[in-house]
Ligand binder design. Structure first.
Ligand SMILES: [Zn+2]
Length: 138
């Protein structure tokens, strides 16, 4: 399957039988299946959302947003349970306002799930880890 490196944005082809062996980016060596949320820029987000073989769970947040900061550890906790099945990323809408606008983010935190190259679910408001996991699995 195709997996965009969340660290450098390189598209990697990963054979199915390599998914369980901690596949790494061919360019920068970063792990392609992190068990924690990775901060991405707008370009990497768009690449990963468009064509990756695993679902992508995005937390649109900003440093000035209190509920966003309190949800961060819950989002990280939820990500651990999805290692190898989905990837969790964070997009700072203060640093990347164009990305927030393009994805029509009206309130933060907002989580968006991408699968099969398109948005399949969206949820606004902070949630505990269990609720995030239930939503992400749906
Ligand atoms: Zn890389």
């Amino acid at each position: 399957m195709k997996l965009t490196c969340l660290a450098c944005g390189q598209a990697n082809r990963v054979p199915d039988d390599a998914l369980g062996r901690g596949p790494k980016c061919a360019v920068c060596g970063a792990g392609l299946l992190p068990d924690h949320p990775v901060e991405v820029d707008a370009a990497t987000l768009d690449k990963a959302a468009r064509g990756d073989g695993l679902p992508l769970i995005v937390d649109f947040w900003a440093p000035w947003c209190g509920p966003c900061r309190s949800m961060a550890p819950e989002f990280a906790k939820a990500a651990q349970g999805f290692a190898g099945r989905a990837r969790f990323v964070k997009l700072n809408t203060e640093a990347e306002p164009a990305a927030g606008a393009r994805h029509n983010i009206r309130a933060i935190p907002t989580m968006v799930k991408f699968a099969g190259g398109r948005e399949v679910a969206r949820q606004s408001g902070a949630m505990p880890a269990r609720a995030i996991a239930d939503w992400a699995a749906g």
